[in-house]
Design a protein around this ligand. Structure first.
Ligand code: ADP
Ligand code: MG
Length: 625
């Protein structure tokens, strides 16, 4: 059969261009990528052979074989794994496959330096072979198939596929090295690369020289070795491999659990946010092994989504080797391992939080928003997660825990006060905080979208209810330390009778645009603010849902307009309200008061034209006076 030509998918061509120009200083990572693919291929065949041993076609000792031919200037990486069919060749080596490469493409910036750094981080998988090769050949035969195939490309826009001869199943990658890449023909160089990047690989990586084969790696799964014999370097290297990461792990959770259900977990908490942390599927990336056989990296039931920052493996002696990927979802043993892993992880986090507050703050910055999903998703561990949570507040600098907040509560204060919104700086300037600040009552500033969800679900922490400062009434008078403590006389408030009349006039003018108009204890400097009525949706939540275009939301819920009786503007308006001849000017002022309260919230003014007209008219009168 003749050779067939195929173009690379556009994304692949982009990757290949970057790779070909590559000035990246650690080109040797191509070997890590090819070995990782080869060992994955062996893992996959081993798994399939559990139910269909005939697939193995004889031997079941898996290995990766490296070979060099100095006169041809080729390096080969061969495996006896699953192999690829013709269609899989086209799909896997012609488009952007899953994990590594897709993450790379998603993050490309067009800035050569940054993109280059990403190569190291993600490895760009198979395509990194073109960092050192002028031509790459892949011969492969899939387990169970009769036909073998040869894939060839110079990495410039297209590849070809033709039938090939191959006696045994598996894949051989032949790299025709580019000029200047002769170091990869040097056995000792290859050996040191394998040691540095691939020592943990659980199957032997052998160097073949004629009939002689030498194993270059330790070739036992790192988690099966006694903990004391595993060095930090080895842990790091394994982490880089399982997590597709380049940072050092922030924390390693490595232990064996014995008993009715035995398993080993080697889990890593990264020190930087993985690129896929906020993917909508919220999948965790921990790999499940049974008796050292890789089963799946999609065992959703193994860990809750809110721990999806974890990377690493779990290996159990006590699961059936032929456990199907579907039945994992309902396996009671998996459920028990899950709850053990959750307890262990939360326990480790607590230790870090108690002993190393600064380091913990770094963790919190990266993953706090994810961990907080557990507050409403995992009822059993809710208290533990709340205790691990950290928040910005109007109190002391830095982050605070709820326990510390509760310790600072004022006499007479019976609630944990909160305000939610997107932007910390905007939150800090919210008019609704003024009265709290003046009384020295601390308010938590909640600026993660997730906070809008767990707050209503939780209600209270250690019997102290959460209370939003932008919702319902605020009875601050019960709490000690009224504002005159500062030594200044508080502003004289408007006359009560005039205020009553002003409120009636404002309600009249604003009609359905507000739910109510009330005097406020919340305000010291601003003339007005908006709050949600008790029982209505809090303002931050509604704003957030609107941003995400929740179509079930109708018009904005009317708010309560609170006015500050001590503010000069409100006093003047109250005087105006007593003189009934100026009703129209009061109507304009009423709408302007409402609009500027909206603006202070960062909300749009519903009728900008009317707003501008009223503002101009009031300014004109002000200037004329
Ligand atoms: P990733 O490994 O992140 O999926 P790669 O670019 O490294 O991305 O590989 C793309 C795909 O090609 C793999 O997912 C796999 O399906 C296939 N592949 C690569 N090398 C081999 C191999 N030696 N044996 C079988 N399949 C392979
Ligand atoms: Mg790969």
């Amino acid at each position: 059969m003749a050779k067939e030509k195929f173009p690379f998918q556009a994304e692949v061509s982009r990757v290949l261009q970057i790779v070909a120009r590559s000035l990246y200083s650690h080109k040797e990572i191509f070997l890590r990528e090819l070995i990782s693919n080869a060992s994955d291929a062996c893992d996959r065949l081993r798994y399939l052979a559990l139910t269909d041993p005939s697939l193995l076609g004889g031997g079941d000792t898996f290995k990766v074989t490296l070979g060099i031919d100095a006169s041809e200037r080729t390096l080969t990486v061969a495996d006896n794994g699953i192999g690829m069919s013709r269609d899989e060749l086209v799909e896997n080596l012609g488009t952007v496959a899953r994990s590594g490469t897709q993450g790379f493409v998603d993050q490309l910036t067009g800035d050569e330096k940054k993109d280059m750094a990403l190569i190291g981080q993600f490895g760009v998988g198979f395509y990194s072979a073109f960092m050192v090769s002028r031509k790459v050949e892949v011969t492969t035969r899939k387990a169970g198939d009769e036909t073998a195939w040869l894939w060839t490309s110079d990495g410039k826009g297209e590849f070809t596929i033709a039938e090939a001869d191959r006696a045994h199943l598996g894949t051989t990658i032949t790299l025709h090295l580019a000029k200047g890449e002769d170091e990869f023909l040097d056995r000792s160089r290859l050996e040191s690369i394998v040691k540095a990047y691939s020592d943990h690989v659980a199957i032997p990586i052998v160097f073949a020289d004629g009939e002689v084969e030498d194993t270059l790696n330790t070739a036992s799964a790192i988690w099966t070795r006694p903990k004391g014999e595993v060095t930090d370097d080895q842990l790091n290297e394994f982490y880089h491999h399982v997590a597709h990461a380049l940072d050092a792990p922030w924390h390693v959770i490595f232990n064996r659990v014995e008993g009715v259900l035995a398993y080993t977990n080697l889990l890593f908490i990264p020190s930087a946010r993985p690129f896929d942390l906020f993917d909508p599927d919220r999948r965790h990336r921990v790999k499940l092994y049974v008796k050292r056989v890789f089963i799946t990296d999609q065992a959703e039931a193994l860990l809750p989504s809110y721990l999806r920052f974890l990377r690493g493996i779990v290996d159990s002696e006590d699961l059936a080797l032929n456990i199907s990927r579907e039945s994992i979802q309902h396996d009671p043993k998996i459920a028990r391992i899950r709850s053990g892993l959750v307890k262990r992880t939360l326990g480790e986090l607590k230790k870090k939080a108690d002993k190393e507050a600064d380091a913990y703050a770094a963790f919190w910055k990266n993953f706090g928003a994810v961990l907080k999903e557990g507050i409403y998703e995992d009822f059993a561990n809710r208290e533990a997660i709340l205790a691990l949570s950290r928040f910005h507040s109007t109190g002391p600098e830095g982050l605070t825990s709820l326990d510390d907040y509760v310790g600072r509560m004022k006499d007479g204060q019976d609630a944990i006060y909160t305000i939610t919104g997107e932007d910390l700086d905007v939150l800090r300037r919210s008019p609704q905080l003024e009265g709290f600040k003046a009384r020295g009552v601390e308010v938590l500033l909640l600026n993660d979208a997730i906070d809008e969800f767990w707050i209503p679900a939780v209600g209270a922490y250690k019997e102290k209810p959460f209370k939003s400062v932008t919702q319902g009434s605020a009875d601050l008078s019960k709490i000690a330390d009224a504002p005159e403590a500062a030594g200044e006389t508080p502003e004289r408030a408007a006359e009560p009778a005039a205020l009553v009349r002003l409120i009636a006039a404002l309600k009249d003018a604003l009609g359905d645009a507000v739910k109510d108009v009330r005097t406020s204890e919340r305000l010291t400097e601003s003339p007005t603010c908006l709050v949600a009525d008790e029982g209505d949706m809090d303002m931050g939540l509604e704003r957030m849902l609107r941003r995400h275009r929740d179509s079930t939301l109708g018009n904005t819920t009317p708010r309560v307009l609170e006015i500050n009786p001590a503010h000069a503007l409100i006093r003047r308006l109250a005087e105006l309200a007593e003189r009934e001849d100026d009703a129209e000017a009061l109507g304009d002022s009423a709408h302007l008061l409402l609009d500027q309260a909206r603006i202070a919230e960062g909300e749009p003014v519903p009728d900008p034209g009317a707003f501008a007209r009223r503002l101009a008219s009031i300014m004109e009168k002000g200037l004329a006076a």
